[in-house]
Design a protein around this ligand. Structure first.
Ligand SMILES: *Cc1c(COP(=O)(O)O)cnc(C)c1O
Length: 388
């Protein structure tokens, strides 16, 4: 009999902190409870029809049935560059500064393989997207946690990072608008990050998955818009959240050409690019009139207002999200994040994600995703009211 033994990099994966909650969720569903699930960061709104139609047409074209270019079709990379010009007024060279990705998660997970040697440090925000430390681990790197604290506006405090760590650091992940805290970053913050990265020769990887999911007409800025950014880093982007296309698996990385080339080198050895029909449909998405995005934003803004105002009325503290489709709320006194999530699930049939699942500094918080219609969100608030 084969003795199956996992490699250390798999054995060393952090414990799956959502396991308890997942079990309770399955248990509730099997009992037929009418669950209001606010735990999933996946749009409930379908992909706009004209994008689906473009895909239908593209899939009939035999030219798209062959291997794609691993860096992305020239027309896709041009559409990305045009989108950056239009949205951020940033000029990108589609030949050298744009790379297609099979979803931004793919690029984020792979980039440490290009730049991190065993023992090197990667600076990782926490609470945060779990792929940053996991990609680091798979490359043999060491994550240095940068806690995102409420008193700092959920921005990392660079002064708290020891000099000895900075000297060993190769990469730094940042993510604004932020999942899970819904915080935004200012130009001043990015300037500070760029100064640090230049001094210590650190590559900045900015994850901008939520740049188009903003409220009150306050558009988040691009990291690449800040002076010196292209000298030290890249930005990851995705069509997933912007165009309700999580299932399609397409994104892109843009910025410093040497960093883009390094990531491209890893990818050309591991995957063979994105199905060209998906790239064709994504070109249509990127060239979509902004009114479609305003409608999507409007829908989320109504939900945000319903949840934020509702929870505030119950005395649950949270910052009003300026962007993303998350609300990061404090668990009330007497609850840690897992206990509070379990209480809401069992007593109210409302599911949120315990903050500690995004890293230890997320303890004491719960994340609600605005991925249910307004009426369901209002009902969730009513139910929570009864069990506080
Ligand atoms: C959803 C999300 C992504 C996007 O993932 P895709 O692989 O492009 O679907 C990236 N970063 C964060 C923080 C996210 O929440």
């Amino acid at each position: 009999m084969l003795k199956v033994q996992l490699a250390d990099r798999v054995k060393n994966l952090p414990p799956y902190l959502f396991a308890t909650i997942d079990k309770m969720k399955q248990n509730a569903l099997s009992k037929g409870i009418d669950l209001i699930d606010l735990s999933i960061g996946d749009p409930d709104i379908p992909t706009p029809q004209h994008i689906v139609d473009a895909m239908k047409k593209a899939v009939e074209n035999p030219a798209h049935h062959r291997y794609p270019s691993y860096i992305g079709m020239p027309s896709y990379r041009e559409a990305v560059a045009d989108w950056y010009k239009q949205r951020f007024n940033i000029i990108l060279d589609p030949k050298t500064e744009v790379l297609s990705l099979i979803g931004s998660k793919e690029g984020i997970g792979h980039i440490p393989l290009a730049f991190v040697n065993p023992g090197d440090v990667v600076l990782v925000p926490s609470p945060g997207y779990p792929v940053y430390p996991v990609g680091t681990l798979f490359a043999g790197g060491e994550s240095h946690i940068m806690p995102l604290k409420e008193e700092n506006g959920f921005l990392p405090d660079f002064k708290a990072i020891p000099e000895s760590v900075l000297k060993r650091a190769k990469l730094m992940f940042l993510n604004y608008p932020n999942n899970p805290t819904a915080a935004n970053a200012s130009e001043g913050f990015f300037k500070e990050a760029i100064a640090l990265a230049s001094k210590y020769n650190i590559i900045i990887c900015h994850d901008a998955a939520y740049s188009e999911m903003y409220y009150d007409n306050e558009k988040p800025i691009s990291f690449l818009k800040v002076e010196g950014a292209k000298d030290v880093g890249i930005e990851f982007h995705s069509l997933s959240k912007t165009y309700n296309m999580t299932g399609w698996r397409i994104g892109f990385a843009v910025g410093n050409k040497d960093v883009i080339a390094g990531l491209g080198k890893i990818k050309s050895n591991l995957d063979s690019g994105v199905f060209q029909a998906i790239q064709e449909a994504s070109i249509v998405a990127l060239r979509t009139d902004d009114s479609i995005l305003s409608d999507i934003r409007k829908a989320y803004q109504d939900r945000r207002d319903a949840l934020y105002e509702g929870l505030k009325g119950l005395g649950i503290q949270a910052n009003k999200p300026k962007a993303t489709f998350y609300l990061w709320a404090k668990a009330p006194k007497g609850f840690d994040s897992t206990k509070f999530a379990a209480h809401l699930l069992e007593e109210a049939g409302v599911l949120g994600t315990p903050g500690v699942g995004f890293g230890a500094p997320g303890e004491g918080y719960i994340r609600f995703a605005l991925t249910q219609p307004v009426e369901r969100i209002k009902e969730a608030v009513e139910r929570i009211k009864k069990v506080l």
